[in-house]
Design a protein around this ligand. Sequence first.
Ligand code: FE
Length: 181
Amino acid sequence: MTILAEIQSLLESRAEGRYGLTLINQQQHALQAAWLAEQDGHDDALVTAALLHDIGHLVHDLGDNPADAGIDDKHEELGHHWLTQHFGPAVTEPVRLHVAAKRYLCGKEADYFAKLSPDSVKSLALQGGPMGPDELAAFEAEPHFAAAVQLRRYDERAKVKGLATPPVAHFMPAVGRVCRD
Ligand code: FE
């Protein structure tokens, strides 16, 4: 199976699970995030990062809701590791940083915490809570800082029950254009 076929298959079949989401499944979450990025005119790399930012949930076997058991599945690291075999840093770095970006935004913007879904609030504590001043400055020095923050804002907004999006196949050409294989 080619990597593109494998990604499409993961999103079309394995992503029926919720993996920490309450209102929608992982496939709907991925599609909504990618659709938001595409509609805002972002490039193939950010659309792909949005589509695949939670792929780490789909390549582990910790069950459907590890955060409920107090387990941080480190899905951003799993996803990053998996993706680096096939994509460059414009895709993989925002994925690696999307959890840190939540901690960043909660430390940076007074009203951001209120935008988090209950699931994200629960995992935030496991992930280290809001960043303090030193961490904020270090995060802003990351080369893909801006893309990671943008991805995170889509991540927050991509949890809308019933929001229609194009299917997985719609996004595969963009994924193909940034895939190194
Ligand atoms: Fe997400």
